[in-house]
Design a protein around this ligand. Structure first.
Ligand code: BES
Ligand code: ZN
Ligand code: ZN
Length: 484
């Protein structure tokens, strides 16, 4: 799909579908030369997400789609994001080859944010995973043009980039596990590094992991014929930056639980266990296109977790790069094992000013927060607060969970320094998971996002939803990085 952005002071170019917006109780302002049947205008109420499709009677547009934005005093980005998705979906449904989205509503100081949301929504709404069905037809919508004022145009430019990055993360996670193995995630990372400006990549293989002492990460891939990797992406902006941020994403391309095998029902959902890694890759795709001004490192430990004669067993002792020994009491708590070495590596080799990890770490966070929010905890209130604020701005909501001494105590080992699960019945599974990770970050300001619920299966919000991957984290991280 080819996207372009123009000013509403320009004449509308020929288009199959023209999308117009109106507040409740009003009718859309029509671009010059466009005429619609008066009855269609009259019966349109402008309720939020109300849609009316009508043929144009004159002008450069074939058909007109009116979308209502409701009567909220201040038009908000989330409404526009949803409207953008409705527009893209309707364009596809009406087999339009070209569509124009005409934004001409009074929106005050928020115009840029609204432009961004509308473009994000349209791009995210057009997402589909069709490559795998023999009957799949190519998308009909080939050209999408946004029209708005100058501020709107700036936002729409950002929104397009961020929308595409979200779709990348969704494609990676929706792709079946046999087609998105650790090595495939490595190729995807290399593609991003090659295409983007100021990007470089280093891939640490199992041999190098042995050398670095990453016994924790290595223990997880032992049961799989696919080797593990630690992907290290680096973005260095043109102007030397004073901030160095490290993003770490769990990249478990399939989690069977290992010897502590998961129940069979819905095990297929564990292809989403690389959603943290997908979020980091999506963020990297966007941050180079947006010329973010921070130095950003991205770490993705990637592996499969499978049972096998060579697999790590409950009771085995492994040693992480920072020297801490870990009793693996449950091989299904593997996310924290691969993150332990990635976080140790960041602490020792990268030494960032702040570090954020994203991981589908615990089923407990799905119980606590469902599929609409991510849990956050960490050792630094500022990083946590900043992520909560980014969550509010982007609609990728983030909710603080406790991480206290009791949770730290739960993770102390008997044979080794640590154990990878708490005692039965201790509860607070997300907090003990976070507490385990805190042993590998040292003094670096750090926050951990548990995205096991929010990464997939969210309620339908037009631009995402259903049982599929959400791409959560991409928009959140970009917003976080853009706040100087
Ligand atoms: N990948 C899972 C967590 C998960 C659960 C993600 C449901 C998405 C949906 C993780 O590796 C895991 O299995 N965690 C265990 C930890 C437990 C053994 C301490 C869990 O949550 O049951
Ligand atoms: Zn697991
Ligand atoms: Zn897992």
């Amino acid at each position: 799909m080819k996207l372009s952005i123009k000013n509403t002071s320009q004449i509308l170019s020929k288009t199959d579908l023209l999308v117009l917006f109106a507040r409740k109780g009003s009718t859309p302002k029509l671009p010059k030369g466009v005429k619609v049947p008066p009855l269609a205008l009259k019966s349109f109420k402008g309720n939020e997400r109300e849609m009316r499709l009508t043929d144009a009677t004159a002008g450069p547009a074939g058909r007109i789609l009116m979308i209502g934005v409701g009567d909220k005093k201040q038009l908000d980005p989330e409404t526009l994001r949803r409207c953008g998705a409705l527009a893209a979906k309707k364009a596809e449904k009406t087999s339009s080859a070209s569509a124009a989205v005409w934004f001409d509503l009074p929106s005050g100081r928020q115009t840029e944010a609204l432009g961004q949301a509308l473009a994000e929504g349209a791009v995210m709404g057009a997402y589909r995973l069709s490559d795998f069905q023999s009957t799949a037809k190519p998308a009909t919508l080939k050209r999408l043009t946004f029209y708005g004022n100058n501020e709107f145009k700036v936002g729409a430019k950002y929104g397009q980039v961020i929308g595409h990055a979200n779709c990348l993360a969704r494609r990676l996670k929706d792709t079946p596990g046999n087609l998105m193995r650790p090595r495939d995630l490595v190729s995807e990372a290399k593609k991003i590094a090659k295409a983007g400006r100021h990007l470089s990549i280093k891939v640490i293989d199992e041999k190098a992991m042995h050398y670095l002492g990453m016994g924790s990460l290595l223990s997880v891939s032992k049961g799989s014929s696919e080797p593990a990797y630690l992907i290290h992406l680096v973005y260095k902006p043109k102007k030397k930056s004073t901030r160095k941020i490290c993003l770490v994403g769990k990249g478990l391309t399939f989690d069977s639980g290992g010897i502590s095998l998961k129940p069979g029902g819905k095990m297929d959902e564990m292809k989403y266990d690389m959603s943290g890694g997908a979020a980091v890759l999506g963020a990297f795709k966007a941050l180079t296109e947006l010329d973010v001004d921070a130095e950003v490192h991205g770490l993705i430990p990637t592996s499969e977790n499978l049972p096998d004669g060579l697999a790590v067993k409950p009771g085995d002792l492994v040693t992480a790069m920072n020297g801490l020994s870990i009793e693996v009491l449950n091989t299904d708590a593997e996310g924290r094992l691969i993150l332990a070495d990635a976080l140790s590596y960041a602490q020792e080799k990268i030494k960032p000013d702040a570090m954020i990890d994203l991981a589908t770490l615990t089923g407990a966070v799905v119980m606590a927060l469902g599929h609409e929010l991510s849990g956050v905890m960490g050792n630094n209130q500022t990083v946590i607060d900043d992520l909560v604020a980014s969550g509010k701005r982007t609609g990728e909501l983030v909710w603080p969970l406790p991480m206290h001494d009791v949770h730290q105590k739960e993770m102390k080992g008997k044979v080794g320094d640590l154990r990878n699960i708490s005692s039965p019945g201790a509860g607070a599974g997300s907090s003990t998971g976070g507490a385990f990770l805190s042993n590998f970050v040292g003094e670096i300001p750090w926050a951990h996002l548990d995205i096991a619920g929010s990464a997939w299966g969210a309620a339908d919000r037009d631009y995402q939803g259903g049982a599929k991957g959400t791409g959560v984290g991409v928009r959140l991280l970009i917003d976080y990085l853009q706040q100087g």
